[in-house]
Design a protein around this ligand. Structure first.
Ligand SMILES: *[C@@H]1O[C@H](CO)[C@@H](O)[C@H](O)[C@H]1NC(C)=O
Ligand SMILES: *[C@@H]1O[C@H](CO)[C@@H](O)[C@H](O)[C@H]1NC(C)=O
Length: 270
């Protein structure tokens, strides 16, 4: 493993990235989502440009990664969330664009260690819930996350690619056991902390989230004893060593560890 370079997975807006795009992997390894297959997914945009993903968790609440909100001033009129979106290049009548009126970063988000990488955006008015726009439930506290999950986003489809796709991408990735995450991600400054992170991916490489997917959802379907299926938000796209590299799964904020943060924000709104 030559490189200890880790990526924060937001879109590189100015293309300072060199054009050495020879990596053979595709979100990375994914495919086009069906239209409105992921009604909780939003595109977070500054002046109409996508830079991060997010998930609707309440009528006027979107959860994302704190690192997406780092450089954004508290009162910034150019910040919007776009819900119900499928193709970023098209005007879609079923999409809903709402202005963000409040940005709440986790008070203990740490830039250097990428700990507590979670934030909540409050929109000017509630979303209109319908088949295209729906909230997702955050994973309850003290859960054990395991199984195949699905990550979605408009992030690049190759590591270091400079252009994001127009159509929302999806890829299924297994959530790995914490002891595996700790072992394989013990690199350089050892950023991986199982108390606040989960990791998911194919250790053989080839399937992952990448730049521009940041803040977006990692979702897991569970079936209760009555056969009732519920989809939970288990992770928030956070960081990785490159994208889809062999032996290096993607790292996600562990949503179940932030139950108190989320419910306090929600309570304060009522
Ligand atoms: C992507 O860019 C980083 C930083 O320049 C570099 O270390 C890495 O090898 C690049 N990856 C690919 C697949 O070109
Ligand atoms: C989660 O576990 C902690 C420690 O065991 C406990 O204090 C807390 O009440 C639990 N939270 C919930 C929502 O069950």
């Amino acid at each position: 493993m030559g490189s200890c370079h880790y990526f924060i997975l937001l879109t590189v807006i100015a293309s300072s990235v060199a054009t050495q795009v020879s990596f053979p992997h595709r979100i990375v390894g994914g495919e086009d989502a069906n239209q409105n297959e992921f009604p909780y997914q939003v595109s977070i945009q500054a002046f109409g440009r996508h830079f991060c993903g997010g998930s609707i968790i309440g009528p006027e609440q979107v959860v994302t990664a704190a690192h997406c909100l780092r450089a954004i001033p508290a009162a910034f009129a150019g910040l919007h969330v776009v819900a119900g979106k499928h193709n970023l290049a098209l005007r879609e009548d079923f999409s809903q664009t709402l202005q963000v009126v409040k940005i709440i970063r986790h008070p203990k988000y740490d830039v250097t260690s990428v700990q507590n990488d979670i934030g909540i955006l409050i929109t000017e008015k509630p979303f209109e819930f319908n088949t295209e726009v729906q909230p997702i439930r955050p994973m309850p506290a003290n859960s054990t996350e395991e199984g195949d999950s699905v990550v979605t986003g408009w992030g690049v489809v190759y590591e270091n690619d400079t252009r994001i796709p127009d159509i929302l991408q999806k890829v299924t990735v297994p959530i790995l056991p914490q002891r595996t995450c700790v072992r394989v991600l013990k690199i350089g400054r050892a950023l991986y902390n199982p108390a606040v992170m989960i990791c998911a991916g194919d250790l053989a490489g080839g399937r992952d989230s990448c730049q521009g997917d940041s803040g977006g959802p990692l979702a897991l379907d569970t079936v209760d004893d009555n056969g009732h299926k519920t989809r939970y938000l288990v992770g928030i796209v956070s960081w990785g060593y490159g994208c889809a590299r062999k032996g290096l799964p993607g790292v996600y904020t562990k949503v179940s560890s932030f139950h108190d943060f989320i419910s306090e924000v929600q309570k304060a709104l009522n």
